[in-house]
Design a protein around this ligand. Structure first.
Ligand SMILES: Cc1cc2nc3c(=O)[nH]c(=O)nc-3n(C[C@H](O)[C@H](O)[C@H](O)COP(=O)(O)OP(=O)(O)OC[C@H]3O[C@@H](n4cnc5c(N)ncnc54)[C@H](O)[C@@H]3O)c2cc1C
Length: 378
């Protein structure tokens, strides 16, 4: 692969921007197409977390390694800042040897992850083409990172202002978050509260109202200037990462943490590996197979196991977490492959069918980039 060759990237999410930054910094001419007029419009100023438990390497060190600078809000939350509340309403405190996650903001505000990555891309010389929704690709080589295409999980929540101190609370209770969790994240006067669900989406309002009651009965928090938001996440039972010369990254490839929806790291890492494969003439599928597939498969196995815990299981899980001197290694172990996890993955793969509903393709029997009638597609 010659340097200075043009690369097309579709989608300016964390995946597309990471790929763009790496390629542009290495002398490639990068044309990044974004359907919206700005980055981060999929989000609403809500807080999210860069999880820091599934890898041995700290997430900030991973970001450095993949060429990303922290020029956005990125606040460590360790055990002391975190609380977990199960169906029995008991507050569970945990201990961690390092931050459990790094809080970041999503959306269009200056300090968001999205805006920080955009600034790095612009500085590296990426040509960002705004308001350009691509539905086919003519170039020889392209990266597609257009995000989720179907809802496997949804979130419904509010962002608000508060005087409450910084805190993170995770709730697990199928009455407020079916097969998932609700979360509160407070940082320097701003807060996000949401409930996530893996089923029964039509009753999202009911679950959100119940989640809010659970929050109000757990802590004394003032909620001011609340704005509603929502979103969805998508994962495949086996990611599809390449077709011809098109490399798929992030949620568009089906990469997600199927257990709890922490997809940002997958998006950024797959964007990085797509760029590496172009720069170093390496096989992208192989890079994903080595570096991303094992953890993804374990996350799908974990999803299947978690969804069979039910409320009694959540209480037992939280009690067990409270007894640990450090929850990080135990959580990480759950992401490591093992014979049991491989068996659970085989079951989960049959259980969770990939939903390739692609609303972007209006064509019949076509072979455009969005259709991907590949061997995994059905
Ligand atoms: C409410 C909510 C909370 C979440 N919380 C967390 C969390 O705490 N931690 C975590 O790790 N993950 C979280 N996630 C998941 C995470 O946000 C995603 O996994 C991540 O953003 C995926 O990045 P991406 O680059 O693959 O896609 P996206 O972020 O979806 O970006 C895709 C981009 O492509 C653009 N695009 C789409 N189609 C086209 C087209 N045809 N042409 C041009 N541009 C196009 C879109 O406008 C968008 O800008 C959350 C998701 C939601 C919805």
């Amino acid at each position: 692969m010659n340097k200075n060759k043009a690369v097309t990237i579709v989608g300016a999410g964390p995946g597309g921007l990471t790929a763009a930054i790496n390629l542009a910094q290495n002398g490639y001419e990068v044309n990044l197409y974004e359907q919206n007029e700005e980055v981060g419009l999929r989000f609403n100023g809500d807080f999210q977390g860069l999880e820091n438990w599934s890898d041995e390497e700290d997430t900030l060190s991973i970001l450095r390694r993949i060429g990303i600078k922290v020029n956005f809000v990125c606040h460590p939350y360790d055990g002391e800042d975190c609380l977990f509340i199960g169906p029995n309403k008991k507050s569970v405190h945990i201990k961690t040897s390092r931050p459990l996650f790094y809080l970041i903001e999503r959306g269009t505000d200056t300090n968001s992850l999205d805006q920080g990555l955009k600034r790095q891309a612009e500085k590296a010389g990426v040509n960002i083409h705004w308001n350009q929704k691509l539905d086919s690709i003519k170039d020889e080589i392209a990266i597609v990172g257009t995000g989720p295409k179907a809802a496997d999980a949804i979130a419904k929540g509010i962002v608000f202002k508060t005087s409450h101190k910084n805190i993170s609370i995770g709730f697990a209770d199928n009455r407020i978050a079916p097969k998932a969790y609700a979360y509160l994240l407070v940082n320097n006067g701003k807060a996000t509260f949401a409930t996530c669900m893996f089923e029964d989406f039509k009753n999202e309002r009911k679950y959100f109202d119940r989640a809010l009651s659970a929050l109000n009965s757990s802590i004394n928090i003032d909620i001011n200037e609340a704005k509603e938001f929502g979103g969805f996440a998508n994962f495949f039972n086996e990611p599809i990462v390449a077709k011809n010369n098109i490399l798929y990254i992030g949620e568009n490839a089906g990469f997600q943490d199927a257990l709890w929806g922490f997809g940002i790291k997958y998006a950024m890492l797959s964007g990085y590996y797509a760029a590496q494969s172009i720069m170093c003439n390496q096989d992208y599928t192989e890079l994903c197979r080595t570096n991303l597939f094992p953890k993804f498969k374990t996350s799908l196995a974990n999803r299947w196991l978690f969804s069979h815990l039910y409320n009694t299981g959540y209480s037992i899980m939280f009690d067990a977490m409270a007894r640990l001197d450090d929850v990080i290694p135990t959580l990480r172990n759950h992401y490591n492959t093992s014979v049991q996890k491989r068996i659970a993955y085989k079951i989960a793969k049959r259980w969770y069918k990939t939903r390739l509903i692609d609303k972007q393709c209006m064509h019949k029997n076509c072979d455009c980039v969005w259709c991907r009638h590949g061997k995994h597609a059905h």
